[in-house]
Design a protein. Structure first.
Length: 55
């Protein structure tokens, strides 16, 4: 594998890890928000993020 291809692969891997880290943080924020909320907005948000599928 050429040096350029190796660098591109490393860059893509780094981008993917950063995206996953951001998503984990957003998920934590949503979970915390859901714990504090109630009513229909709570149910709509759970449905929108498919919270039940992850648990």
């Amino acid at each position: 594998m050429s040096a350029v291809m190796l660098l591109l692969a490393k860059l893509k891997n780094s981008e993917r890890r950063a995206e996953h880290a951001i998503q984990r943080k957003l998920d934590a924020i949503v979970r915390a928000t859901l714990e504090q909320q109630g009513g229909q907005a709570h149910e709509d948000l759970k449905a929108a993020i498919r919270m039940k599928e992850r648990l």
